[in-house]
Write a protein that binds this ligand. Structure first.
Ligand code: HEM
Length: 187
């Protein structure tokens, strides 16, 4: 929501898309009609996962004692725990153009998926210990956003500045709660 607020064009596009998707029954809240994910919605969500991902540290313990490392790699003893900085990976300029920018279109080519197959973006981890809640979390996130923007237009209260500072905790989250005024609207 914060990024959408900072990018009114993206918000308008999303509202228009949700409006089109729900046109057949405008009095109903937005829900998943059919199997395809609306484009602007899914791309905004994907982007939301990458800048920054809400959690950031999958970890793995080495199962073997690698006594003779090759290729100049460091020795990695059995049970060594490696913490993977998914936050940093998701904004590596080697993989992403302007990684700090909220730019949902970057996912339009469909080349990078967030489900753990593409290591440039791993908000849900990867491999056998990757997040099993991924489908549920994705559906709930998208439904929540779609329902929020379907009939409501959001603005900052008069005189309030948008503060986007993040803090770490159990998950990375915004330091201050996002306080918004919701106005009803219809597409
Ligand atoms: C946006 C929401 C969520 C995010 C970003 C997220 C992210 C993650 C990450 C990064 C991991 C570690 C993966 C790894 O080590 O490779 C994980 C593990 C896990 N997640 Fe999620 N998760 C989310 C929602 C959920 C939900 C809704 C559930 C359950 C309904 C869930 C259940 C789990 C479980 C059980 C594990 C441990 C898997 C294991 O160690 O084998 N997560 N999640």
């Amino acid at each position: 929501m914060t990024e959408l607020l900072k990018h009114p064009q993206a918000m308008k596009k999303l509202q228009a898309e949700v409006g089109r998707t729900t046109q057949s029954n405008p009095t109903q809240p937005a829900h998943n009609r059919g199997r395809s994910r609306p484009n602007a919605l899914s791309k905004s969500r994907d982007q939301g996962d990458s800048t920054p991902p809400p959690s950031g540290s999958p970890s793995r313990a080495s199962g073997v004692d690698q006594r003779r490392p090759s290729n100049g790699l460091r020795r990695c003893g059995r049970d060594t725990r490696v913490v993977i900085n998914a936050w940093s990976i998701g904004r590596d300029p080697a993989s992403w153009d302007e990684p700090e920018e909220f730019w949902p279109k970057r996912f339009s080519n469909g080349l990078v998926d967030f489900r753990g197959q593409d290591f440039e973006l791993i908000p849900f981890g990867a491999g056998r210990r990757g997040c099993p809640g991924i489908q549920f979390a994705t559906a709930v996130d998208e439904l929540a956003i779609a329902n929020l923007v379907h009939k409501l237009d959001f603005a900052l209260p008069n005189g309030v500045e948008l503060d986007v500072k993040k803090v770490a905790g159990l998950t990375v989250h915004q330091k201050l709660p996002l306080l918004l005024v919701a106005n009803s609207w219809s597409c």
